[in-house]
Structure formats: C-alpha cells, structure tokens
Design a protein around this ligand. Structure first.
Ligand code: COA
Ligand code: AMP
Length: 633
C-alpha cells in the first residue's frame, strides 16, 4: 500500500520540478508595480536572481495595501514592554503614517534610493518604523543589535557606509539601563566613514547629549517631516544588509534582495507558521537578528497579521510567566523563540506550572530556532503548553527556514532532535569532503544545491568574490551551510554542529575568531584560542585559553579580568565572555593548527583521545588540570 501524498510532499515536489511555476504562483501574494521578465534569472551562475525585471515596494506591501484593503484599523504592531511597563497598539493606518513621516524625514536628510541607513536601536516601535521608512524610499537599512559595542558597530559603519544613523538614547536590560549614545559616538569616532546625521530617540530612562549640526531629536524630526510616498525598486535591489559572524573578526554583510524575500516570507507565514491574516504572531527575538527582520517586521505585516514587539526577557521581566502572559493578553496564535529562552523558563519553573494560570486556548504552535532544539526542551514545552513544538533550522543567510515542519501543509510527525524536512525550494544534501552524497544516517557537511530559493542571500555586501569563496567554492554547485549533520531514511534532517569557528551563545551567533582578535590585542597576550563549551542555559559559552608573553609577571587574575572587560568593551556584553585561563602553551598539531576540538571536549568533560598529530602531548594534561581548577573556583 502506498502512503498518501501529503500537501508538504506535493509542494516540495512541485517546487523542485517547476521552481518558476511554484514561486511565480506564490508571488501572487505580493502587490507588484511591474511584473517580472523571468521568475528565475539563471543566466549568470552562481549568481541567481529571482523576479528579475519586476518592480515592487516592501513598505507598500507591509502597510499601505492593507490600509487600502480595509485593514487600516486592525492592530499591525503591539509593543509590549515589561521593562518599561508599557503596552501600546499601532493600527495599520497609524504605522503607515509614522513610517511615511520617518521616510520623509530621511529624505529631508538627503537619503535616497540605494543609500544605506544604520539602525542601532532597542526593541521600541521606532525601530520597526525606521526599517519600514527605509524600505519606503528604497534606502537599504542595516540594523545593528544593541548588545554589540562600539568596535563592532564601527566595523559595520565602515562596511555599509551609511548616510544616516538612527538610534536611541538607551536600551533597557532587566538590571540596568544601557546608554546607547556614548557607544554610538565612540563608534563614529573609531570609524573611517562618518554619517552626515544621527537621529536620536530620547527615552525617558536616560537622556542623550547631542552633537550640534550632526544629531537630531527624533520626535521633532518625525513631527516636522513631510510624509513620503512609496518608491518602487527593482525586485533584485537590496532591501537590507544584515551583518553576521563568520570565521574572522570582520563581519559578513548578508544582502537581502527585495522581491524574492517578500515572496518567500509571505509563503512561509501561511505554509510554515500556519497563520491567517488578522491573527497574532509573536517572534520573541530582537530586531537586530534575522528572526527580527523576517518575523517581527516583514513577514507578519506582509501577511496582514498583528506582530508583537516584546521588550523584555523570558525570565525576570518580571517573572518566568511573562511569555504565557503575553500570549494570553494579545491572543497570540503562533510564537517563535530560541530553545535557550525555554530553558531559562524551565530552570525557574521546572514543572511548567505557571502556564496553567493563563488561558492559552487560542495558541496553536511554538516554533524554535537559532540553535539545536534539544529533545528535553522540546518535550518540556510540549507538555507545558499542550501544542505542537516545532524546531526549525535556518541561518541569517537564508532569511527563512531551510527545514521545518509545516503547520499549513499537513504537519508530519515530529522526530525529536530533528528540525524537520527541507522547505520547498531547498535541495538539501549531506556530502563528504569530495562533495559525494553520503548514505542516509551517515554524517557529513550539509549543503544546498544551487540555485537557492527566493529570499536567500544573493551575495555579500560589496564582496561578490568573498561570497563565492566562503559559500560556493568548497562544494561546487552547492551552497555550504557550514553546518554538519545527517539526513535519515525518512528525509528528516539532523543538524548537529557547525564546521567553522562560529559558536552559538544563547541563540546568538558569535565568531571565536573575532573574540581571539580581541584577546590577542591585549599587550600581555602572546597567543590565544577561544572555543565554545557546553552551558546548560545558553547552549554554549565562549572560553579563552591564553599564553602570556615571556617576562609578564603580573597576577594572572588581573590579566584575566582585563581580558573579560576587553571583550565586553569591544564586542559587547552579548558575547557572554566571562572565563579565560592562562596556560603555558596551546596544544597544536605538528603543522601548527590549534586543537580546539580536543580542548572543547576536555572542557565539556567528554571522552577524548590524544590526537596522533599533536606536537606536545603533555600540554593537554596541563590544560585539563587548569580547566578542572577553573570549574571549582
Ligand atoms: N543591549 C544591551 N545589552 C544587551 C542586549 C541589548 N540589546 N541584549 C543582551 N545584552 C546584555 C545582557 O544584559 C547581558 O549582560 P550581563 O553580562 O551584564 O548580564 C549580556 O548581554 C548577555 O545577554 P543574554 O544573552 O540576553 O543573557 P542573559 O543572561 O541576560 O539572559 C536568556 C539569558 C536565556 C534569558 C537570554 O539569553 C535570552 O532571552 N535568550 C533568547 C535569545 C533569543 O531570543 N535569540 C534570538 C534568536 S532566534
Ligand atoms: P543565525 O545566522 O544567527 O541564525 O545562526 C545560524 C546557525 O544557528 C545555523 O547555521 C546553525 O548552526 C544554528 N541553528 C539555527 N537553528 C538551528 C536549529 N533549529 N537546529 C540546529 N542548529 C540551528
């Protein structure tokens, strides 16, 4: 007896056999100013372009057309901020009008189509207004996460070369107010490129001092601006650049084109997340991450949903019930968060009792991503919430899920530890080093055969060659995900680890190379290695091993404290870099490669074997002892 073909199987097969038909049909969800010449322009591989020749505007699709179609009074955005005790609703009409004014304000500062605007803001409605305002006039935004400090911000300013920076006086963390303006001023001082203006949202929790001639007060700037209309752009024009960590300290500017992204997001809202227009969707992430771009801002608004902008944490703002409170208060239908957030709640409410105090009757699905959804966490959430919990896998580069389970396409049984099966359009393969596909169940590198579906990065900002080198060179004809894992006999993908120097700390992606550059810059450090060690809450946290220069005799504790402060100051608190150990040498292979994997196993207390290629086996004993002592101090 053959199995019935599910809606998912059908969609997947159709997108594989006839990508232009499949995505051309999905494009019906978008309002185009001009239609495309070709759905998929494959004339210049490995650079593929979706909806070439079409013209479109993202802000029009997110706001204006919904107002025109009678959705003007529906809430587009609900700002729920336990850290300030605020709940505010913005209708589609109000959000459109605010975005139009902010767009006019940008125009008045000389920002035009194709210019870049950096947005360095906390989780306030103005952050979303800023993104949509840029989209409205065809400016390319680049949002920088507020937990990054000046050095990281300066690197992004120099790469994106923004005309204007939009920012705020402060962010609010549970235990402290974080003044953003001094960080911004310092970043601009450090950067070679200087923006002509900064527009600063003054928040009551901390005022910002302004630099005359350069800085403008947001409220006055927006109020006096003339509303600007939507400007059409090419579907292949960038909507934004979002920087993410790679192997080195230099962040990679992921380019997102406009047309393909809108189509993929609109499709995913219904097929993956299973939400209908008018329903409430909540991604508890940050506008500084890709999830914030795709599923706080653009995706839900494209689909006519109400999106929640939550300024708080899963615990401590004010308690471990805050997620369930928000779901009940706003009638959330589907929610998206990182496993680490669920682990934080579980730590404080192990039996999941708090959820019982709320009416979660309208809640249908919890989605997890950002790091592997470990089976314990997924099962705990299932028991606590009584709804399907879907782990799905994606990257900043792809902009939307590579694998998932599909609430709008029939939903297949969950296999714990797997983030599901490939989304239509993604030809996922597991290969060996020679790019030969391995058998089901066998581990290997996970690659995606080109072309990538709409929505995925077409290139790196200003660096076509780096795009080829980093993603397309090692496995010809394929995109290298830099993740490793396997596909089982039923087609479920299992994503087990990164193959590069990226670590995942509380769902945040960090480069160990960037942390090593910061440690290596300390005057007493001769050599260092940073790697991720297992952490019950954050999944992984970074740990540094440092070798001091000959003759340095200062107390080691003092130097370690300086290193911790240095990372916090240069990369930002989000790196969660709290531990470093001084050792006499680093373990290396005879060819000089640092044995990070072995050190990681030792630090995790996992079984390890002496690498045959090690140049000095005794050093591993010293490291094991140093790490052992560190755990007990
Ligand atoms: N601006 C300024 N500082 C920030 C910041 C921001 N936007 N975001 C985080 N930080 C700071 C925090 O205050 C903290 O500083 P500290 O060292 O003084 O305590 C540090 O950066 C680390 O922050 P965080 O990773 O949030 O850890 P935490 O211990 O404060 O909270 C969790 C732990 C699990 C509650 C938290 O990591 C969390 O909510 N994770 C979910 C992540 C997520 O949703 N990711 C999105 C991917 S889908
Ligand atoms: P980011 O670009 O910050 O979204 O991080 C992407 C990386 O996070 C991926 O390459 C994976 O290493 C990891 N990741 C994200 N989601 C998952 C998941 N569901 N399962 C396993 N790893 C994941």
């Amino acid at each position: 007896m053959s199995h019935p073909i599910s809606a998912y199987d059908e969609a997947y097969a159709r997108a594989a056999a006839d990508p232009e038909g499949f995505w051309g049909e999905a494009a019906g969800a978008i309002d185009w100013a001009t239609s495309w010449d070709r759905v998929l322009d494959d004339r210049n591989p490995p650079f593929y372009r979706w909806f070439a020749g079409a013209q479109v505007n993202a802000c029009h699709n997110c706001l204006d057309r919904h107002v025109d179609a009678g959705r003007g009074e529906q809430a587009a955005l609900v700002y729920d901020s336990p850290v300030t005790g605020t709940v505010r609703r913005f209708s589609y009409r109000e959000l459109r009008d605010r975005a139009a004014r902010a767009a006019g304000g940008l125009r008045a500062l000389g920002v035009a189509k194709g210019d870049r605007v950096i947005i360095y803001m906390p989780m306030v409605p103005e952050a979303i207004i800023a993104m949509l305002a840029c989209a409205r006039i065809g400016a390319i935004h680049s949002v920088v996460f507020g937990g990054f400090a000046s050095h990281e911000l300066a690197a992004r300013i120099d790469d994106a070369r923004p005309k204007v920076i939009l920012s705020a006086s402060c962010g609010i963390e549970p235990a402290r107010v974080v003044p953003y303006k001094p960080l911004l001023d310092r970043a601009i001082e450090m950067a070679r490129h200087k923006p002509s203006h900064c527009v600063i949202l003054q928040r009551p929790q901390a005022g910002a001092s302004m630099i005359e001639g350069r800085d403008l007060d947001w409220a006055a700037w927006e109020e006096t601006a003339e509303p600007a209309p939507c400007v059409t752009v090419d579907a292949t024009d960038p909507l934004y650049v979002l920087y993410t960590s790679g192997t080195t300290g230099q962040p990679k500017g992921i380019v997102r084109d406009t047309g393909g992204y809108l189509v993929a997001l609109a499709w995913s809202m219904r097929a993956v997340y299973g939400v209908a227009p008018g329903e409430v969707f909540w991604a508890a992430s940050d506008v500084g991450w890709v999830v914030g771009h795709s599923y706080i801002c653009y995706g839900p608004l494209l689909n006519g949903n109400t999106t929640i902008l939550f300024e708080g944490k899963p615990v401590g703002t004010p308690d471990a019930a805050t997620y369930w409170r928000v779901i009940e208060r706003h009638g959330v239908r589907a929610m998206f968060t990182a496993p680490t957030a669920i682990r934080a709640i579980k730590q404080q409410d192990p039996e999941g009792r708090l959820a019982g105090d709320f009416d979660l009757g309208g809640f249908a699905t919890l989605f997890l991503a950002g790091e592997r959804g470990d089976p314990d966490t997924v099962k705990w959430a299932e028991r606590t919430l009584g709804v399907p919990v879907i782990d799905h896998w994606w990257q900043t580069e792809t902009g939307w899920p590579i694998t998932a389970n599909y609430r709008g396409l029939g939903f297949f049984p969950v296999k714990y530890g797997s983030p599901g099966k490939p989304a239509p359009g993604y030809d996922v393969r597991v290969v060996d080093e020679a790019c030969r596909e391995v058998a089901p169940g066998q581990p290997g590198a996970i690659v995606i055969r080109l072309p990538l579906p709409p929505g995925c990065l077409p290139t790196l900002w200003g660096h076509d060659q780096a795009f080829r080198d980093k993603y397309l060179r090692d496995f010809p004809g394929c995109y290298k995900t830099d993740d490793a894992g396997f596909v089982d006999e039923d087609g479920y993908v299992f994503v087990m680890s990164r193959t590069d120097d990226v670590i995942n700390v509380a769902g945040h992606r960090l480069s160990t190379g960037a942390l090593e550059e910061v440690l290596g810059g300390h005057r007493d450090v001769a050599e260092c290695a940073v790697f991720g060690v297992a952490d019950p809450l954050k999944g992984q946290v970074p740990l540094g091993l440092v070798v001091l220069k000959a003759g340095v005799s200062r107390p080691q504790g003092e130097i370690v404290a300086e290193l911790v402060a240095r990372v916090r100051d240069e990369v930002g608190p989000v790196a969660a870099f709290k531990r470093a150990v001084v050792v006499s040498r680093l373990p290396k292979t005879r060819s000089g490669k640092i044995l990070r994997g072995t050190m990681q196993k030792i630090a995790d207390g996992a079984a390890w074997t002496m690498p045959a290629t090690i140049d000095d086996p005794a050093i591993l004993d010293e490291i094991a002892e140093a790490l052992g002592k560190m755990e007990t101090t």
